[in-house]
Write a protein that binds this ligand. Structure first.
Ligand code: ADP
Length: 443
């Protein structure tokens, strides 16, 4: 039998006892009903006293011992004591866990800031306070972009693209570079992870400087060597059995010159983080120039077409855009056999300006595509070297496009051909044509 039924039985026995006692008292006095009423009333008063004792204990249970009451009230008290103990046990475990989490996040070498759906600061650890100069409790509840006002971060926070962190220069004293990464979780809540990346940024800057300086220093001696090699190769008195090694030396010197030229170009692009300045570029004219360049190649594909479907011009840095488009067209020419074809296209639509180079060349296996824009990444190093490739062309393209807010898109089918597309945002397009029409098709 459950405790509740036991208590009910106990209460029923007590009540019956009280009624019998009332009858016993009322019988000799000749007032049965009054006797019963008196005893039942006394019983009720007793119950009420127990109820008040219990109520007092419930209100002061944190320090008072439970009253010693039997029956149903006693059961209620036992249940309450159990519940109270269980609650205290869970509360203590929860507090311990919370302390451990707080201690471990405080000891983290990275800053952690909890943001709510409105980007207001809910909590931050010691490292976040140190790195972002946050004060507790003054900054709790404030919007994080009111405290960290760097435009890169404000754009990153509102952009909703959190796959990569934003790197900002912070503080006024010695340059401090912070990597800020948003990690969304729960309903609209976000973690902001703050990391000091000043050391990596300094090393990266040193690496870039080193590459730029080394390339610069190598350029002059290489120019001299190339010059002498050219003079020697034109000298009729030069021994004929040395002509082949000399030609090879000239080829290698040309390759080194191309690598150094591309390294310097890459260093120059990397040195400027800002967006490229805007000047109107006549893409149609640029594509015609590129076409003429390809046509002068001895091993060029049979057909080189230019299709300009818009007179809208591109707004950007002309020499950078020329370099990027040249690299794409040069690759298409290099990796397409003589019987193949290349088509360059420019058009403008609501999404912006688009330049594509389509070839019917070798194509690229899908696993290589994500890595093509890495420096010195080549699908077939032997072929790339034999065609005079530096392995830096697509890295240059990526940097130029980044500086123009554009995206590179690569579609390729091995054995069939490739399409390299550069997609510029509408802000980079001037005077978009109302109705696109084919303005020029050259063969
Ligand atoms: P490279 O100077 O070697 O051409 P890039 O950075 O320009 O270096 O290109 C990287 C690699 O991508 C090349 O080595 C080549 O294997 C591949 N690639 C680039 N463009 C094409 C293309 N149009 N068709 C086939 N493969 C290409």
């Amino acid at each position: 039998m459950s405790l509740a039924f036991q208590a009910l039985g106990f209460a029923a026995v007590r009540l019956t006892g009280a009624v019998l006692l009332g009858l016993l008292i009322g019988w000799p006095l000749g007032h049965l009903f009054a006797g019963v009423a008196l005893v039942v009333a006394a019983y009720l008063v007793w119950q009420l006293i127990d109820l008040f004792r219990m109520d007092w204990w419930v209100q002061h249970r944190s320090f008072a011992d439970p009253p010693d009451i039997g029956g149903a009230w006693g059961n209620v008290i036992t249940q309450l004591v159990r519940l109270h103990r269980r609650k205290r046990f869970h509360k203590q475990r929860f507090i311990q866990l919370l302390r451990q989490i707080q201690r471990s996040t405080a000891a983290l070498p990275d800053g952690v800031v909890i943001l709510n759906g409105e980007s207001e600061i809910v909590w931050f650890n010691r490292m976040a306070a140190l790195l972002l100069n946050l004060r507790r409790p003054a900054d709790l509840g404030l919007r994080v972009d009111n405290l960290v006002r760097q435009p890169e971060f404000v754009r990153y926070l509102s952009g909703g693209q959190y796959a990569n962190p934003a790197v900002i220069r912070y503080g006024t004293g010695e340059a401090l570079y912070l990597s800020l990464q948003i990690v969304p979780y729960g309903e609209g809540q976000r973690l902001l992870l703050v990391r000091d990346v000043s050391r990596q940024m300094r090393l990266e800057a040193m690496r870039k400087d080193f590459v730029a300086n080394a390339s610069h220093e190598l350029r002059s001696p290489l120019t001299v060597i190339s010059g002498y090699l050219e003079t020697l190769s034109q000298d009729p008195a030069f021994e004929s059995d040395l002509r082949h090694p000399l030609a090879e030396m000239r080829r290698q010197a040309e390759r080194m010159t191309a690598i150094i030229r591309d390294l310097l170009e890459l260093s120059r692009l990397e040195a400027t983080d800002s967006e490229a300045q805007g000047e109107p570029i006549d893409v149609g004219a640029l594509l015609q120039t590129l076409r003429q360049d390809v046509l002068t190649r001895p091993d060029r594909p049979r057909e080189v077409r230019v299709r300009v479907d818009s007179d809208g011009y591109l707004i950007g840095n002309e020499s950078e855009i020329h370099s990027a488009f040249f690299n794409l067209v040069d690759n298409a020419a290099k990796y397409t056999p003589a019987e193949g074809s290349i088509e360059m296209r420019w058009w403008v639509d609501a999404d912006g300006g688009h330049f594509t180079v389509e070839d019917t060349g070798l194509g690229i296996q899908p696993e290589h595509i994500p890595r093509l824009t890495e420096r010195f990444y080549r699908v077939d190093p032997g072929r790339s070297r034999s065609t005079g490739g530096s392995g830096l062309g697509l890295a240059i393209v990526r940097h130029v496009l980044q500086r123009h807010g554009a995206a590179l898109d690569i579609q390729s089918t091995p054995g069939t051909g490739s399409v390299f597309g550069c997609h510029f945002p509408p802000s980079r397009v001037g005077r978009p044509a109302a109705a696109p029409e084919v303005r020029a098709v050259s063969r």
